[in-house]
Design a protein around this ligand. Structure first.
Ligand code: 5GP
Length: 333
């Protein structure tokens, strides 16, 4: 575990609000409400079951918690900083954060994105970590919201081309139809944004084919992909972002041993190890590598190779990739 903590790591699939761990949620609540307030006391009561070992449904309740805490600019800014701090503490040298811009009476989607961008800029300097942002389309929300998100992403990417690098397509896979979103995703792609698409999280063969035909830069989860689908991804050098703990805890995969990561390794399909929601699922990128070593017998050098593979599939600039390569090989020695 010490070795895994120490190697420089590259995180390509992390949802912002899902990445705030329990200690940071507490810190944020304390900072926002003050320790002596009844709001803080009420939140602590809801914490208790997480500290006693959360069940799956409780995990999803955590999204609710965090969304309450990040519903103001100040809360969102601090949450972003804390998430970046926690990745840096795990020796993550590069992270791509995804988040769904949200609006409420205090904050527009534009404000949301601007707040996250400002927080990323200051925290990436403070914690010496490279950070990119992929605004997310939540497929459970109306198309008009996706259109606004992509318009904002395209606009912000003009002034922040090295920060806003793509669009994430996520949200409850049982809601919304992928085909309704292809026009807005094409618009993003035609404007130079990369596409990271949650694909095949549930058994929906028709949608999987639509998604593969449409194309993507990286495939999120890919749990229900077939051998033929793997061959397509391999030919196009599209990696599957594997999130072991998330898939097991959310029940889409029975246990670590049965995770499709095993087949991906055997068939040499491009794959990267990611956390998904390290706060909600109570994990770290080091822990994910640990489970991969335990379950699939990965050696230390295979872990380093997977980190290099993640670096290659990242949306970083060539210069940033060179820096990462140097840091990884130097430390791996
Ligand atoms: P946020 O976008 O609020 O920063 O991060 C949390 C959101 O990311 C969730 O509400 C959900 O829309 C999306 N998300 C997080 N984890 C997953 C996942 O495993 N699969 C899918 N499809 N969406 C997810």
């Amino acid at each position: 575990k010490q070795f895994l903590r120490e190697i420089p790591k590259v995180e390509l699939h992390a949802h912002l609000n899902g990445s705030l761990n329990i200690e940071s949620i507490k810190q944020l609540a304390e900072e926002l409400y003050g320790e002596q307030t009844k709001e803080f006391a009420a939140l602590c009561k809801r914490f208790i079951k997480f500290e006693e070992g959360a069940k799956m449904n409780d995990c999803f309740e955590k999204f609710g918690f965090v969304h309450e805490l990040t519903a103001t600019k100040r809360g969102l800014q601090r949450a972003t900083e804390l998430v970046i701090r926690d990745f840096a503490a795990d020796n993550v040298i590069y992270v791509e954060l995804r988040t769904t811009p949200k609006s409420n009476e205090k904050m527009s989607r534009r404000d949301y994105l601007q707040t996250v961008i400002d927080a990323i800029k200051s925290a990436s300097k403070q914690y010496k970590i490279m950070v990119k942002l992929l605004p997310s389309i939540n497929r459970g929300e109306p198309l008009a919201v996706a259109e606004e998100t992509v318009a904002l992403a395209v606009e912000f990417a003009q002034t922040e081309p090295d920060l806003i690098v793509g669009i994430d397509f996520s949200g409850n896979p049982n809601l919304g139809k992928f085909s309704d979103f292809t026009a807005v995703l094409s618009l993003a792609r035609n404007n130079g944004l990369q596409l990271a698409v949650h694909c095949g999280e549930v058994d929906n063969p028709r949608e999987i084919q639509e998604m593969l035909k449409f194309g993507m830069s990286r495939c999120g989860h890919g749990t229900y992909l077939t051998e033929a689908d793997y061959a397509q991804l391999k030919e196009k050098n599209i990696p599957i972002e594997c999130c072991l703990t998330s898939n097991v805890k959310s029940g889409t995969v029975a246990n670590f041993n049965d995770h499709h990561f095993r087949q991906l390794m055997a068939a040499d399909v491009p794959r990267v190890i990611c956390t998904d929601d390290c706060g909600v699922f109570d994990t770290t990128l080091s822990d994910e590598f640990h489970w991969a070593m335990e379950s699939f017998g990965l050696s230390r050098s295979q872990c380093v190779d997977l980190t290099v593979e993640a670096m290659k599939h990242s949306f970083a600039t060539p210069q940033e990739k060179r820096i990462m390569q140097l840091l990884i090989t130097e430390r791996a020695k």
